[in-house]
Structures are given as structure tokens and as C-alpha cells.
Design a protein around this ligand. Structure first.
Ligand SMILES: NC(=O)N[C@@H](CC(=O)O)C(=O)O
Ligand SMILES: [Zn+2]
Ligand SMILES: [Zn+2]
Length: 430
């Protein structure tokens, strides 16, 4: 199939150009391409912004085990509609993705669905129990070719185990992604430790619980010569630690979620568990520092931490509710609101933090590539001026736990291409 995207602005820069996609690759870019034969499908981009397809390093697809909240299929649809062409599916499923059988299952389900490349993340420790290492090598060598390992949902808290995982990862050339939460500092924690939590009587989740693990792991990674990735950075202090570690040559990368860029713990006042998430929503000062650090590159990329939860796990009292919120279909809009509209990032910067850097961190050769002739056509078209109102019930996920319900947000994904095939167009799965 040949597809002609007419009048798109590459990275939102310069005059609109025509982009011809043939056999899954970009075959021509020029000011005006004739559509030639009838076999060419034409998409009129009308000056919209063309970007490399987004890559999410942190998605929870809930399959196997919690198909009442999300499946590989429903999550893939949400991803395609959100402009993603690759996602990394976290290992905290039931059974846990701590062996070749489970990661190959998730990988195959992703291939069968065919809407987005689904890369399973393998668990670092058996059963996410933090007691002994999982079979990292077997998962890395499986058909799923696991390149990212994480106990996300849990911290690899034992420093000896974390050190072993980091040392082992260097031989496999994989990356360990840490959910940084010192468990001794977050016993019973419900919300960011601060005024808002105190007023409502919630036990606090101190910033130091994150920062102390990030500092420790940067030191462990440096000594091991290993690569470390920090999941969902949420505090200004973590930014300072990362800056220090990067300055001294530690091979550390870090992600920030859209919700930590936009939302703050002032939302606790509603008692609505839709705002409950790990790590918790922090202060406006933290959010401002996270935005600045993302613009500067101290934080490498945006990752959604898309965490669907069934109604009964969210529609209950705060303390009983599961932490986590949907993210795949709202990420681009939240980044547009917090980073583009504020002038902190241009669209080339958005390509960097939502596509290029995550692809590099995970070692994907065919994602996050430049918009050039000969490159794979993993592409996302964005209408930067359009706005939409978020309705959880209308999102493709089975769960509907979005904290942005009823919010009007800028930036609409109008087309997603995976290797030249249209996966989503005008808000519909193709
Ligand atoms: N972020 C969350 O609040 N929840 C995640 C786990 C995690 O990312 O730590 C989940 O699996 O629901
Ligand atoms: Zn986590
Ligand atoms: Zn997560």
C-alpha cells in the first residue's frame, strides 16, 4: 500500500511538505508529490505536525490476569489512538512476567493485535518478591527479546539484589528500570507527605523515599558500569540527584509522567481516588522543576505509567483504592499543555522526549527515527491547535480511571502509522 501525506510540517517546522510512504518506509519527501495512480491513498494533513511515532517505556496492559481492567488488545488501541507505535508492557501481571513463557505470550498477543509494537518488560526478581533474581538471561534470549527489566509496582529495595541485577544487566546489555520507593519510608503511605495529606489525615509518602533510592542506585550503577533507568520521577530532589549523577558520568536515564507534569497534591481535597497514584502527585513546585528538567534534558523522556484499574478497585474509599491512572490517550495533550504551550519545548523537543530518547533507552532500532527518506514509517500526525474534552468512558481502555475527566486539553492525534499501515485515524482504530 502506498500512502501520501499531503501538506505536513515535519517537527512543526518550515513549510508544509508531502510525504510518500511506500512498503512501510518513507520513500519521498518534497514540496509537492503527484498522487499518480489510484492505488495511492491520500491523507490531507492541512499543515499539521508530523512526528516520529511515540514510544512509551512504561505501560500497564494488565494481561495476563486483570483483563477486566485492560488487555493487550484494548491497551494497544489506546496506544495507537494516543499516537504511540511502541509500548513497553510492565511485568506486574498475574502471573508475573518473570519468565520466558509469560513475556513470549504478551509479545505474541501484541503481534496478533498489530496496532503497536508491544515489548514486554521482564521482572527483575522472581514473582516481584525482591528475594532472588528472575531469569533475566532466558527472557532476554526469548522470542520477546526483553531489553528492559523492572519490578515496577515494587522497588528492588535490597541493595545487594539491586547490585547483582545491575552487574548482570551489563553482560546482557539490558537496562534495569527502578520504581524508586524505599519501602521502610512509605509504610501505609497514601499521598505526598505535606500539608495537604496532613489536613486530610493521610499517611505521607515522603520525597526522600524516592530520592534516597535514586541516589543509592546511581552509585550502584556507576560502580557496576551499568545502565539504570528511573521510572516516574516525581520530586525536585530527584532532579538534583540525577543532575549530579549525570555530571559525573553515571549511565542513568529517567522518565517523567504526564500527570506529574500537570497535576498536584491540591487535588487531594476532593477525596477522589482517581488522583491516587504511585509515586503520589506532588507540589506545584515539584511539577515546575520536573517541567524545567524535561526541557533541559536532565529528565530524558515522558512515559505514561498508563495504569488501568477496574471500577471496584477505584470507586471506593481512598485508602482501599489502587494507585494508578490512565495515560496513553492523554499524554500528547498533557505534554502540549505543560511543555509546548508554555514555550518549554518545541515540536522537535516533543519528538525527542516522546519518541527518540525512549527508543534509544530501550535500544529499539526502528523507532524514534528521523523523518527522512528510507526510514521506517512509524509516524504520528498531530493537530496542535485542536482541543478536545476528555471523557473516560470514550477512551479505548476497558478501565475509565482518567484524572482528566471533563478537562479541555490541546493537541489532537489525527493519524498514527505503524510501518506504513494506518492504525488510528481521526480518533478511530483502523
Ligand atoms: N503507578 C501506579 O500507581 N500504579 C502502577 C504501579 C506502578 O507504576 O508503580 C500499577 O500497576 O497500577
Ligand atoms: Zn512504579
Ligand atoms: Zn507503573
Amino acid at each position: 500500500m502506498t500512502l501520501l501525506i499531503r501538506g505536513a510540517r515535519l517537527y512543526g517546522e518550515g513549510e508544509p511538505v508531502d510525504v510518500l510512504v511506500d512498503n512501510g518506509v518513507i520513500s519521498e519527501i518534497s514540496p509537492a508529490i503527484g498522487s499518480g495512480s489510484e492505488d495511492v491513498e491520500v491523507v490531507d494533513a492541512g499543515g499539521q505536525v508530523l512526528l516520529p511515532g511515540f514510544v512509551d517505556l512504561h505501560t500497564h496492559l494488565r494481561e495476563p490476569g486483570r483483563e477486566d481492567a485492560e488487555t493487550v488488545e484494548s491497551g494497544s488501541a489506546a496506544a495507537a489512538l494516543g499516537g504511540y507505535t511502541a509500548v513497553f508492557a510492565m511485568a506486574n501481571t498475574d502471573p508475573v512476567a518473570d519468565n520466558a513463557v509469560v513475556v513470549e505470550h504478551v509479545w505474541r498477543r501484541g503481534r496478533e493485535t498489530g496496532l503497536v509494537d508491544v515489548h514486554p518488560v521482564g521482572a527483575v526478581t522472581a514473582g516481584l518478591k525482591g528475594e532472588k533474581l528472575a531469569e533475566l538471561g532466558t527472557m532476554a534470549k526469548s522470542a520477546a527479546g526483553v531489553r528492559v527489566f523492572s519490578d515496577d509496582g515494587h522497588c528492588v529495595a535490597d541493595p545487594l539484589l539491586m547490585r547483582r541485577a545491575l552487574e548482570y544487566s551489563t553482560a546482557l546489555d539490558v537496562v534495569i528500570a527502578q520504581h524508586a520507593e524505599e519501602p521502610r519510608l512509605t509504610i501505609g503511605a497514601q499521598a505526598h507527605e505535606g500539608e495537604n495529606a496532613s489536613r486530610l489525615g493521610y499517611a505521607g509518602w515522603p520525597a526522600s523515599a524516592e530520592e534516597s533510592i535514586v541516589a543509592r542506585d546511581c552509585l550502584l550503577a556507576q560502580h557496576a558500569g551499568a545502565r539504570l533507568h528511573i521510572c516516574h520521577v516525581s520530586t525536585a530532589g530527584t532532579v538534583d540527584v540525577l543532575r549530579w549523577a549525570k555530571d559525573r558520568g553515571t549511565r542513568v536515564s529517567a522518565e517523567v509522567t504526564p500527570h506529574h507534569l500537570l497535576l498536584t497534591d491540591e487535588r487531594l481535597a476532593t477525596y477522589d481516588p482517581v488522583n491516587k497514584v504511585n509515586p503520589p502527585l506532588r507540589t506545584a513546585g515539584d511539577a515546575a522543576r520536573l517541567r524545567a528538567a524535561l526541557a533541559e534534558g536532565v529528565l530524558d523522556c515522558v512515559a505514561t505509567d498508563h495504569a488501568p484499574h477496574a471500577v471496584q478497585d477505584k470507586d471506593c474509599e481512598w485508602a482501599a483504592a489502587r494507585p494508578g491512572m490512565l495515560g496513553l490517550q492523554t499524554a500528547l495533550s498533557v505534554v502540549t499543555e505543560t511543555m509546548v504551550r508554555t514555550g518549554l519545548l518545541d515540536w522537535r523537543g516533543v519528538a525527542r522526549v516522546m519518541s527518540e530518547r525512549p527508543a534509544e533507552i530501550a535500544g529499539l532500532a526502528d523507532q524514534g527515527r528521523p523523518l527522512e527518506v528510507g526510514e521506517p514509517a512509524n509516524l504520528t500526525l498531530v493537530d496542535p491547535d485542536a482541543e478536545w474534552t476528555v471523557r473516560g468512558a470514550e477512551l479505548a481502555s476497558i478501565a475509565a480511571n482518567t484524572p482528566y475527566e471533563g478537562m479541555r486539553l490541546p493537541g489532537v492525534v489525527t493519524l498514527t502509522l505503524l510501518r506504513g499501515q494506518i492504525t488510528a485515524r481521526e480518533g478511530k482504530i483502523v
